[in-house]
Write a protein that binds this ligand. Structure first.
Ligand code: NAP
Ligand code: MG
Length: 486
């Protein structure tokens, strides 16, 4: 079954509850057929100023500032219900703008978006301060207050889900927000803005600024913003931190990854193969926590490789709106060229192609890439060192545990890792020794709104999801009362 495309309108900016068209616009395309979907308003520095003013006045005056926490929670529940009402249209639109299969947007992205808003709706009235344990003539308590006006800059790989991970906890905490979607995938953020207004959020609480990197840069350096939450590349993350230093904004960073996925000799090989396929090919490999470095114990290397190859070659790549499609298109020409460039680098560098190895643009008329496995790789190869952000896995073998741990940690990144073994003690030992924000044992790419997610090293800092995300969007104020002994 193939879904019909949905109608797409040109995109406007949402500032202070008003939809605004700008003279300058940019196009967003469908990467599966390279055709234009819509033109979208471009937010320049003046629009950033207006959005910051709108967010600041919504934070300090007006209904949002006085709203009871439980009422904020009700609004978030309402927003989740509206997304659920429109879930099919949103799933198709996401698929058209990003190139990912509709089966994934319907069964993963949009349900996770709804779940995220509901989860944080529940947190809105559960933000507690402390009574501080002091003695003497004083009494002291801690108030948890909203972090303030927050700018949230997100990437194109899970457009609506990244918007939900950012907005839901910020709104539950009582912040006001300016969301900057990636220029490749602005459409579902705009639809989310419409639903935010329909749910009854006061104007200025959520502002949506479509644009490009200069829009993100203007937000990062703006003195009227208190906090920045960024997801994207390490390189841009660094720039955002430097710009944010202007007024010492709080920052949280969710950046790239190059996860080791380790298969021990005592692993259930069939289970490990399934998990490794999901680990690298989910979402066309455009996943920061993808298991892109496979470490295979010599004893299972041959069996694993043969089984992995068979499944990888059977993956149905093609029309994202066909429900049977398992892998869609890379998001853009730039990304397509980047990934196919890595395929060439892998071959030239001496890695052995086990499956795939080529782009499919000419054959399929969009930015499609074959699911690819390289074997006989080593730590010095570019495909092992750098984040590819595509459906390309680089395998190497190991025998010695110390050597394995050293190689697994020999990366600038520290976002995630996978371990496949039936030895529970070994699993826990290795989990402790790998420097990564998430370690999956006998599973991969498992997610739940209640489990924190984030990185170490060049993968960033700060934890999204779980109760930890509430800490990103609240600040603490200590209050003292004296004279109690008199
Ligand atoms: P990116 O360039 O880091 O973009 C992420 C966000 O930052 C986008 O909204 C982008 O806007 C914005 N931005 C760009 N320049 C900025 C600046 N100077 N100041 C503030 N914001 C700025 O990532 P990308 O181009 O989408 O992808 C490049 C690489 O990043 C990928 O190949 C991958 O390695 C990594 N990546 C990681 C994740 C993750 O989840 N960890 C997600 C996506 C990409 P525009 O898109 O409008 O330029
Ligand atoms: Mg697009």
């Amino acid at each position: 079954m193939t879904f019909a495309p949905v109608a797409v309108e040109n995109g406007k900016l949402l500032i202070g509850g008003e939809w605004i068209s700008t003279n300058k616009t940019f196009d967003t395309i469908n990467p599966a057929n390279e055709k234009k979907l819509a033109s979208v308003s471009f937010a320049g520095a003046e629009d950033v100023d207006r959005a910051v003013n709108a967010a600041r006045s919504a934070l300090s005056t007006g209904p949002w500032a006085k709203m009871a926490p439980r009422e904020r929670g009700r609004m978030l529940y309402k927003l989740a219900d509206l997304i659920e009402r429109d879930k099919e249209r949103l799933a198709i639109l996401e698929s058209m703008d990003n190139g990912k299969p509709v089966g994934e947007t319907m069964n993963f992205d949009i349900p996770q978006v709804i779940e995220t808003f509901r989860y944080y709706a529940g947190w809105a009235d559960k933000i507690y301060g402390d009574v501080n344990p002091i003695s003497g003539d004083f009494f002291s308590y801690t108030l948890k207050e909203p972090a303030g006006v927050v700018a949230q800059i997100i990437p194109w790989n899970f457009p609506l889900l990244m918007a939900a991970w950012k907005l839901a906890p910020a709104l539950a905490a009582g912040c006001t927000a300016i969301l900057k979607p990636a220029e490749q995938t602005p459409l579902t953020a705009i639809e989310l803005g419409k639903l935010v207004m329909e749910a009854g959020f006061p104007g200025g609480v959520v502002n949506i600024l479509t644009g490009d990197g200069t829009t993100g840069a203007a937000l990062s350096s703006h003195k009227g913003i208190d906090k920045i939450a960024f997801t994207g590349s390490t390189e841009v993350g660094r720039k955002v931190m430097i710009a944010a230093a202007q007024n010492l904004k709080r920052v949280s960073m969710e950046l790239g990854g190059k996860a080791p996925n380790i298969v021990f000799a005592d692993a259930n090989v069939d289970q490990a193969v399934r998990g490794a396929l999901l680990g690298i090919f989910f979402n066309q490999g455009e996943v920061c926590c993808a298991g892109s470095r496979l470490f295979l114990h010599k004893a299972v290397e041959a069996e694993f490789t043969e089984k992995f190859k068979k499944f990888a070659e059977g993956i149905r790549v093609g029309d994202p709106l066909d429900k049977k499609t398992q892998m869609g298109a890379q998001v853009s020409l730039e990304q397509y060229e980047r990934v196919t460039g890595f395929l060439e680098a892998g071959k030239k560098g001496g890695a052995k192609v086990i499956a795939g190895g080529s782009g499919l643009r000419e054959k399929l008329g969009g930015y499609f890439v074959q699911p690819t496995m390289f074997a006989e790789t080593n730590q010095d190869m570019q495909i092992v060192k750098e984040e590819i952000f595509g459906p390309v896995v680089a395998a190497q073998s190991f025998e010695d545990l110390e050597d394995l741990v050293a190689k697994a940690n020999d990366t600038n990144y520290g976002l995630s890792a996978g371990i496949w073994t039936s030895d529970i003690s070994k699993a826990h030992t290795v989990a402790r020794r790998i420097k990564a924000g998430t370690v999956w044992i006998n599973c991969f790419n498992a997610f739940d709104t209640a489990v924190p997610f984030g990185g170490f090293k060049d993968s960033g800092f700060g934890r999204e999801l779980g109760r930890q995300a509430m800490d990103l969007y609240t600040g603490e104020k200590a209050v003292w009362i004296g004279g109690l002994g008199k």
